[in-house]
Design a protein around this ligand. Structure first.
Ligand code: FES
Ligand code: FES
Length: 1003
């Protein structure tokens, strides 16, 4: 089919296959700003382009339909401000606003958002916030919670109208502001649309500094992300934005059955299809048991997975791999594979997994046990932790409270699907370019699966379009790699959105029983949790995710008085196999599952005893200087070591959060709970307190290397993996602060197993803390060398200067008397002039402690008594994450995290029919929040100074997942008296409870 397309005002004469979609044509032309969210059905909006000025999803249009129309993409919206001798217009105002406001996290949705904003502002120069939200609602973002993208558009609109905008600088400092008034709540004056006014965008969190630390030049400042400019321009930064001659496209044939033996498989017709390069089944590749969990050596779980097997264990399990010249041929070949299955009984309910007569899901001889796994009982892991004397604690209680809670299976839903490219390089080493959180684990774990030594594999991690734990998995690399080995050719494998739902990983669903002993005054005497955790068909992360459920959620409330000194806590868990898509890592890593029951249970107890729910919690909560109760009892299958918690800002978090949401006015106020003129509505307010971890002690390690360039700038190479969180930026800030240069002089690169030092990867909230400490160590070593070189140069000038007295600041080495030598001069001297050396250093860091962040989460809801519909009106989170290295990236983590947690609370759930067929296979059935559906989000940081980190930081990335569901559940209870034990909080559930009807959803 011959057509001519007008793309960005250039004519493209093309000869295209019939029926090709515009998205595929654009990407084939190298217009990589147009992203695929894998849905290809207009659900995610990542592929949006402007079509005669209107945003449309290019995956829903045939290329032929675009002939005669103008197609615009971000490639022609603004350019890099500095392009050598060429003067440029710089970024478009909208792009610059996205950079300045921190609206870009992973950046995968950013080009589409910029185009949508451009179309909106062309039509409506003064949009209201609601209109901006409405316009952005067609582009799903899983990272930001939409707070900063909305503000970016409002800011750009103001600038385009000629208004002044407030500079983005320091966060709102609320130190000592215990009575700050309502006007300061949003972090600035309201936006206006009038001409000539000062406009302030509301992107910065409020910040309260508890432990005063000295002000710094880069750390603590709202530095723009180091990768923001390329991402806002839609540069080819992601795994799939890559061209390679003769690249094949891979597809996976997946099981339609929940549990079956493959009796016979015939791939001859598929192989014979012209354009098919290889079809692989279990007969064609080595059988190697491994774990897909991307974790340190030795893997703390069973080796129960094979690249391809003769048995399938869930609907969506892999049966065969295909590589073909095009995606269309590969799709056609899938239809030609014929499989004869012998169906086996399947298990969908984890309560049936350990029954005497249950079918065994892993009956293979080559299953490799880990510790307490027992495949004969469908048991992937077993945990038994006893701290103190729980039975004695119960005996000393005045009352015992017991309840059972259920949390669902949910999906990470990163907008960039899993995607990998593999090829042999000129040295016949296998290059794996992959969207992964764990490049070094991928290399180590995949080597035996491919029968290649580690040294013959190079893993490159480009930018990642979100991961949230879903990419802490060695899930796709083997598919492309086996096909590259089979064909000798480059292969790309990109999951579809349906594959993400039926064949990737999820959060572990759990059924949790709690039993708590309490004195009449509210002192907890003993606390017990039993957790039945469903790991699905494979045991990846089985032990560690579920262990975390107890390790964090059961650690917060130790009791008071003598119980505080010697708490009584029991945590038992069975992690069982079922015939469902495997569970795995998902941001929060087991802790959100634990805090739903714990915080709902605490609310029940406080109300039953007639105690204030906040005071009851704080009475029993951990305090600074106390031992982490689990640190003496459990450490992910390794030897536990006692750990004292130095910093706990929980009380101040509660103070700040309750003032911000106006708790004291609303809680218990009958009038506030009603809505004038709307008898069917009731308002409610709820709270939850939570803690997380910061890395895994004695295990997580990160490395960093820094070298000085001729102009005095520095390359910072880290194995740490920025998956959109901004970790490259905060690592760069710490290096810049230590070396006395602006952030722009630190060129951050992550990560490539050939060039960057080892890092265990992006998980367990560890990058700022572990990799950051490694960066600072390396920077300190480099700073020593810079000072020594400067002293040498001062000596050549006749000044005898002690290197240790030289100050590094503003790109200069400054002697005590005030004389200065620039870093550029120092670099040239060191590299070219006298006693030449490369100023450089490498360092690594491992921590014996994992200082937890703490937070108070508040929620305000409105419940419709007629329908059971819950509207979450406001979420306020006050967080103690230590010193905040970058308030914009950190608050972005909280906003995005609260939004994911909101989905967990009210709408996200993966359900299976009786045959094990998943109901949710796309973003229509699986709803994630859109820009126009969001409640108001407020982030407050209560800074403490964590003494075990060079800048006092703790983790921030995972804790926002923990408290939203219970705070919303408690707010629903407050609004209408419905006590929920299961999430998501579906309207029918609440309506049935309100009307006394029975529920068909079990609890
Ligand atoms: S809307 Fe086109 S890929 Fe999702
Ligand atoms: S920044 Fe929007 S999907 Fe990541």
């Amino acid at each position: 089919m011959k057509i001519t397309l007008n793309i960005n005002h250039l004519e493209y004469p093309l000869n295209l296959p019939e029926g090709e979609r515009l998205l595929d044509t654009l990407r084939r032309l190298g217009i990589f700003s147009v992203k695929s969210g894998g849905c290809k059905k207009g659900e995610c909006g990542a592929c949006a382009v402007l079509f005669d000025g209107r945003p449309v999803n290019s995956c829903t249009l045939l290329s032929a339909q675009a002939e005669g129309h103008l197609i615009e993409t971000v490639e022609k919206v603004g350019e890099h401000p500095e392009q050598g001798w060429k003067r440029t217009e710089g970024l478009h105002i909208i792009q610059q606003a996205f950079v300045d406001t921190g609206a870009i996290q992973c950046g995968y949705c950013t080009p589409a958002m910029v185009l949508v904003a451009k179309a909106l502002l062309a039509k409506n120069p003064s949009p209201s916030e609601a209109e901006v939200r409405d316009a952005l609602s067609g582009v799903l973002c899983r990272c930001t919670g939409y707070v900063k993208p909305v503000q970016a558009v409002m800011r750009a609109a103001a600038i385009m109208r000629g208004e002044q905008v407030h500079p983005i600088d320091e966060p709102i400092d609320i130190s000592g502001a215990l009575d700050f008034d309502k006007e300061t709540r949003d972090g600035g004056a309201p936006l206006t649309s009038g001409g000539g006014t000062m406009t302030e965008t509301k992107i910065l969190p409020k910040l309260k500094v508890l432990d005063v630390h000295s002000p710094m030049k880069t750390v603590g400042h709202a530095e723009p992300k180091v990768d923001a400019v390329k991402l806002v321009q839609g540069k080819p930064a992601f795994t799939a934005d890559f061209e390679k001659r003769d690249m094949l496209v891979a597809k996976v044939f997946r099981s339609p059955h929940a549990h079956a033996i493959i009796k016979h498989i015939d791939v001859s017709e598929a192989e014979a299809l012209p354009g098919v390069a290889a079809v692989l089944t279990w007969r064609d590749i080595p059988r190697v048991a491994y774990s897909t969990a991307g974790q340190s050596h030795p893997i703390p779980g069973p080796l129960d997975t094979f690249s391809l097997d003769k048995k399938v264990r869930f609907v969506g399990d892999r049966v065969a791999f295909i590589a073909a010249e095009t995606a269309e041929i590969a799709e056609a070949a899938l239809q030609l594979i014929k499989v004869e299955y012998e169906l086996l009984p399947h298990i969908l309910d984890p309560r049936e997994s350990m029954a005497e007569d249950a079918v065994i899901i892993h009956d293979e001889d080559d299953y490799v046990d880990f510790d307490e796994s027992d495949p004969s009982r469908n048991l992937a892991a077993e945990i038994r932790v006893d701290i103190g004397d729980v039975e004695q604690g119960f005996a000393e209680a005045d009352q015992i409270f017991e309840a059972e809670f259920v949390v669902p299976k949910v999906q990470q839903a990163h907008i960039e699907p899993h995607v990998v490219v593999t090829y042999w390089d000129e040295d016949d080493r296998l290059v794996i370019r992959t969207s992964t959180q764990v490049p070094f684990h991928v290399r180590r774990q995949i080597a035996p699966v491919l029968e290649l030594p580690i040294k013959r594999i190079r893993v490159i991690k480009p930018r990642i379009g979100g991961g949230f734990g879903g990419k802490q998995e060695v899930l796709i690399e083997d598919v492309a790699a086996h096909l590259t080995i089979a064909t000798g050719r480059p292969v790309i494998y990109e999951m579809t959105r349906e594959e993400e739902f039926i064949g990737a990983r999820t959060r572990h669903p759990m059924r949790i029983r709690l039993k708590t002993g309490v004195k009449q005054d509210g002192t907890i005497t003993a606390n017990e949790m039993y957790c039945l955790s469903d790991t699905g068909a494979f045991g990846c992360h089985a032990l560690t995710v579920t262990g975390n459920t107890g390790h964090k959620a059961m650690a917060l409330y130790v009791g008071d008085g003598k119980y505080r000194v010697a708490p009584n806590i029991r945590f038992y868990a069975d992690v069982v196999y079922t015939n469902t898509v495997p569970s795995g890592a998902y941001r929060g890593y087991g802790v959100p599952q634990g805090f739903w029951p714990v915080e709902r249970h605490m609310e029940t107890i406080a109300r039953a005893l007639g105690l204030d729910p906040i005071e009851f919690r704080l009475k029993n909560a951990l305090r600074s200087g106390e031992l982490h109760p689990f640190s003496t009892a459990w450490s992910e299958g390794r030897e536990p070591k006692p750990e004292t918690i130095n910093t706990i800002g929980l009380v101040e978090c509660v103070n700040q959060g309750r003032m911000t949401i106006d708790w004291d006015h609303k809680y218990g106020n009958v009038d506030w709970h009603t809505v004038p003129g709307a008898k069917h509505l009731r308002k409610g307010i709820g709270v939850a307190m939570v803690m997380q971890g910061t890395a895994i002690p004695y295990l997580d390690m990160g490395g960093a290397s820094i070298k000085m360039n001729d102009d005095g700038s520095f390359n910072l190479l880290v194995g740490a993996t920025d998956l959109g969180t901004g970790s490259d930026t905060v690592l760069g800030q710490m290096a810049a602060e230590t070396l006395g240069v602006p952030l722009e002089d630190i060129l951050v690169y992550s990560s490539d197993t050939d060039f960057t030092p080892f890092d265990k990867g992006a998980y367990a909230s560890s990058t700022t803390y572990i990799s950051g400490a490694a960066v600072v160590k390396a920077a300190v070593k480099v700073a020593v060398q810079v000072r020594e070189r400067a002293a040498l140069m001062f000596g050549e000038q006749g000044q005898d200067v002690d290197p240790t007295e030289i100050l590094l600041e503003d790109r200069q080495a400054i002697a005590p008397m005030g004389d200065a030598i620039s870093f550029g001069e120092i670099a040239l001297h060191a590299l070219h002039q006298t006693d030449q050396i490369q100023i450089m250093a490498v360092a690594s860091h491992m921590s014996p402690v994992a200082p937890p962040p703490f937070a108070a989460q508040f929620a305000e809801v409105t419940v419709d008594l007629d329908t059971g519909m819950v509207t979450v009106d406001e979420l306020v989170m006050a967080v103690d994450s230590g010193v905040i290295i970058n308030p914009v990236t950190a608050s972005g983590q909280i906003e995005g995290g609260m939004t994911q947690a909101l989905g967990y609370a009210v709408c996200e759930e993966m359900v299976y029919d009786e045959k094990g067929q998943p109901r949710e296979r796309d973003f229509v059935d699986y709803h994630i929040f859109r820009a126009d559906e969001m409640p108001e989000l407020t982030t407050i940081f209560v800074e403490t100074y964590e003494p075990t980190h060079p800048f006092g930081a703790k983790a921030v990335a995972e804790i926002p997942l923990d408290g939203v569901a219970p705070a919303v559940g408690n707010a629903i209870l407050d609004a209408c008296g419905v006590a929920l034990y299961k999430i998501p909080a579906l309207p029918e559930e609440i309506w049935r409870s309100l009307t006394g009807s029975t529920t068909d959803r079990e609890a």
